[in-house]
Write a protein that binds this ligand. Sequence first.
Ligand code: HXC
Length: 519
Amino acid sequence: MAFEQKIKELLDKRGEARLGGGQKGIDKQHEQGKLTARERIALLLDEGSFEEFDMFVTHRCTNFDMQKKSYLGDGVVTGYGTINGRMVYVFAQDFTVLGGSLSETMALKICKVMDQAMKVGAPVIGLNDSGGARIQEGINALAGYAEIFERNILASGVVPQISAIFGPCAGGSVYSPALTDFIFMSKENSYMFLTGPKVVKTVTGEDVTVDKLGGAMVHASKSGVAHFVGETEESTIQTIRELVGYIPSNNFEEAPMVATADPIDRLEDHLNTIIPENPNEAYDVKDVILSIVDDGQFLEVHENWAKNLVVGFAHMGGMSVGIVANQPKAMAGVLDCNSSRKGARFVRFCDAFNIPLVTLVDVPGFLPGTGQEYNGVINHGAKFLYAYGEATVPKVTVTLRKSYGGAHIVMSCKQLRSDINYAWPTAQIAVMGASGATEVLHGRALKEISDPEEKAKFIAEKEKEYNDLFANPYNAAKYGYIDDVIEPRNTRFRVIRALQALQTKKDSLPMKKHCNLPL
Ligand code: HXC
């Protein structure tokens, strides 16, 4: 074959591979308001940075005449590229090829990028759009998934793993994302379920739509499976790019410092009066977060789930930080099963990837009652406690108002190896609030008072006595549990100075095979 012909053959093959399952499939994808695998990669990576692997791979299955349904690239586009100049490895499933279903060879392609990402220490981003294991391949497809899962597990805590769900993802194509650090979904056309509505109907008799079973908002607000939800595929992909900016490429790196013109000593006078006079009145802790971080930029994780705890990424003085804050605006900021799971997962991610933790505390305690106990609040709360106690990254805690009981301990108290603990003058650090404490401590005396007026007077006196002792930060500061009481408007400066001081922190855990946290 002449040289020109060889080049033409190459270009023709490339052209064929770029069409995936064919133009009809691409048109169908667009009609449904979905992008193709290649369009998604183009949006994700810096322009012109994508280097593709394995364009010419085809599947090896001959069951059910499958040799007649063979496509170059076999249902997944893989390779590497950059996001704002930083290397990432990527795979994007191509729904136009047999519904993006996973074959043995497709699994090999995905494993290849995962292996390379591990060798060079770069994040792996998977864009999923797949009906799960390719049914015609049987056990080979299952083996392929198992190979991917094993790599997800080995890569966990070594390189960041990010998954996006675009399309109806079922079976293995949701298990692999579940093993990764963050799951993104887009509001339209994005579904996750282990088994689809037809199987649900057969097994349980339940009639359910795909939206109700596994739509983006279901997983973003009810199950907590999805960490981020975007309006469109485009905006979802932009948020993935944003997230990458906050995290290091692997567990040996620090997150990149970013330049900021935001002065570290910026005073925020309104913080001096943000805490309401009435201790039962709420305020929005996100106002505090936005006031203290660089340029008011905060990337919230799990924005729609367990809203009584706010977690997310920001920069402070150019350093990446993970922020964890009780939210008085939602359920008074109480800790419960879901917020504990949310907090634990976030703290462990930050610790695995060297991102310092800034904790803002205003917590009245754990939510009591059978609803919580039956759902295992003891275990879930213990997870959060474990995560903070285990974390060796720099930990800076600021108590804004309430910090009561077990929840005080969980929220990065001094004895859980928190490095620097500040409190606002409005802080109250105690075993419980004044009214509960009075009930317990003076129950017998209260029973003996029959006159309601006299009873109210007695309660007010006892509550005052309790508040005088505990409704302030100075009792805890007296013991050194609080390192300093700071002016709220100066919080940004004090936290950044603390983070700067802790930049060279070294701390470790005893040698062990792995921990056994209460899962
Ligand atoms: C082979 C598949 C497939 C699969 C879809 N296709 N899923 N081929 N194996 N798993 C093919 C379809 O036959 C069709 O081919 C094309 O992809 C598009 O699929 P449609 O059904 O036309 O698309 P849509 O109506 O959008 O429905 C998408 C879907 C549905 C909801 C994903 O296809 C579906 O329910 N698929 C099966 C989902 C499932 O139960 N997967 C679990 C697999 S088990 P043609 O040729 O007609 O275009 C699994 C085990 C791993 O994953 C477990 C690990 C723990």
